[in-house]
Design a protein around this ligand. Structure first.
Ligand code: CS2
Length: 485
């Protein structure tokens, strides 16, 4: 276990927080304290606390599952301290203990404790990593889904919320009534225009609750768009053991990430912000081009590689990318389907970005998992592939690689690889009806899955035919036979 005491005698190769952890105070509340947040936003904040000690973070978990409870206990036991090992593709690594997270609250256990922080004038930013699918936007209507059961419950009992929308809007209501300034709502999820999506979601909820309040929020809070990037694998018990053996720490919450990290952010903060530029955050007027490049190349590249890789029995991304056929398909996808329909942000070339993506996927020291990439494939297909698919259909471009990607996704959902191994693919947004569609053996039904809603309004007949044909090839001759030339 790491504690404040441990900080006094860290192994020589481990960096301690460069500030007094008792001298820092929370300025940010963060919802969704997953590995990515701990290795990204917390990592940036960690580096500025020495100069700006009032921007530490309070983390909030929204679910009351046993897993969440265990995590909360571990955070508590370790004073919210944890180690981050940063690894380069060369194998070189550095380890630091991070102190930016100063508290962790499990919302269902004590909702008022969360609201107490959220209404505190010292809290000036509320950030979140609640996943691509977490904003409760209906893909077909494009609107915030007021039919969601948890949202409905919050709207009926708005002072005792359970969703992130309920908490944030209730907190902003209390701040308005108390004459406290609003805060910035900062999404750190992998979505295009994540700030705009967050605005739509939170205002959608607020309007349904009280239009006057929604108006106040619109006028007083801000929702900056940001592009966030750092590959952060799942830490299995085995990886944790290895990390601790290498660092010499006894950390119950160790974390590993690549050495690469990027955060491009619009400078729209309603109530001040930490000097994140000191830690390398790039502030820009418009983040659109950055988001498109990251989502359409890196994230889409991840699923393009990993769906078929899982069918071939690859567990790790770095092993999958050593497969010449999978690498060839990934390169073709990026070169032929994405790059020609994408604009590079200033100071970056798409070819250079492609090469860095491939090198990052090849990072051996990290053991990133193909199943991590495939989890919640439904939301990822929608967010990462839609733009490229739409451009291909509308521009009458070659659809074969896209069809192969979709066919691999659908075959992957069956949970069985070509070597006879089985695995659990996680699709948290699929209910019984979707599971039935995914399992149907007529090949047509699965095309009705919401994963493909992003291009349902277009003429998909050619694409559908190709997907069906490729699924048959995968079943009859295997994945390799289906990879487009
Ligand atoms: C991955 C991302 O989950 C995924 O599909 O592509 O988690 C990726 O590792 C991060 O976005 C990197 O910034």
């Amino acid at each position: 276990m790491i504690t404040r005491e441990t900080l006094k005698s860290l192994p020589a190769n481990v960096q301690a927080p460069p500030y007094d952890i008792d001298g820092i105070k929370p300025g940010i509340v963060h919802f969704g304290v997953g590995n990515f947040f701990r290795a990204h936003e917390a990592f940036y904040v960690e580096q500025i606390l020495e100069h700006a000690p009032d921007w530490a973070i309070v983390g909030v978990g929204l679910t009351g599952s046993d897993r969440s409870k265990k995590k909360a206990e571990e955070f508590k036991a370790q004073d919210c301290l944890y180690s981050l090992t940063e690894t380069a593709p060369s194998g070189k690594s550095t380890v630091r203990v991070m102190g930016a997270l100063r508290d962790y609250l499990l919302a269902p256990a004590d909702p008022e404790a969360v609201l107490k922080h959220l209404v505190d004038p010292a809290i000036r930013i509320v950030s979140m990593t609640i996943t691509e699918g977490g904003y409760n936007i209906n893909e077909t209507t494009g609107a915030f889904d007021l039919e969601n059961a948890a949202v409905k419950a919050d709207l009926q009992n708005p002072e005792k919320p359970s969703t992130v929308f309920g908490y944030v809007v209730e907190a902003l209501r209390r701040r308005r009534d108390a004459g406290t300034k609003a805060f910035t709502v900062m999404s750190c999820d992998n979505l295009r225009h994540n700030g705009n999506v967050a605005r739509k979601a939170f205002l959608g909820y607020a309007k349904a609750r009280d239009p006057e309040l929604a108006k106040w929020i619109e006028e007083n809070a801000t929702f900056p768009n940001g592009m966030v990037d750092r590959i952060t694998p799942t830490v299995s018990a085995e990886i944790a053991k290895k990390l601790n053996a290498a660092s010499g720490l006894d950390d119950d919450l160790p974390l590993v990430a690549e050495d690469f990290h990027q955060w491009v952010l619009e400078d729209q903060f309603a109530n001040g912000r930490p000097p994140l530029e000191k830690a390398g955050v790039q502030f820009v007027d418009d983040v659109t081009d950055w988001e498109h490049v990251k989502i359409r190349m890196l994230n889409a590249g991840h699923i393009t590689l990993c769906f078929p890789a899982i069918l071939l029995g690859y567990e790790n991304v770095d092993d999958a990318i050593e497969d010449r056929d999978l690498l060839g398909n990934l390169k073709n996808y990026l070169n032929k389907d994405v790059i020609p329909t994408l604009k590079a942000p200033p100071g970056m070339t798409l070819e250079g970005y492609r090469d860095s993506v491939i090198s990052r996927f090849s990072n051996k020291a990290m053991s990133d998992q193909t199943l991590r990439i495939a989890s919640d494939g439904c939301s990822k297909v929608q967010v990462f592939w839609t733009e490229t698919v739409r451009r291909a259909i509308e521009g009458k471009r070659d659809l074969s690689r896209i069809a192969f990607g979709i066919a691999s996704y659908l075959e992957m959902l069956r949970g069985r690889d070509e070597k006879g191994g089985t695995y659990e693919s996680s699709e948290p947004t699929y209910g019984e009806a979707e599971k039935k569609l995914a399992k149907a053996d007529d090949f047509e039904s699965a095309l009705k899955l919401p994963a493909f809603d992003g291009w349902r309004d277009l003429d998909t007949s050619e694409l559908d035919e190709k997907v069906i044909a490729l699924r048959k090839v995968i079943r009859e001759k295997g994945v390799k036979a289906a990879i487009p030339a």
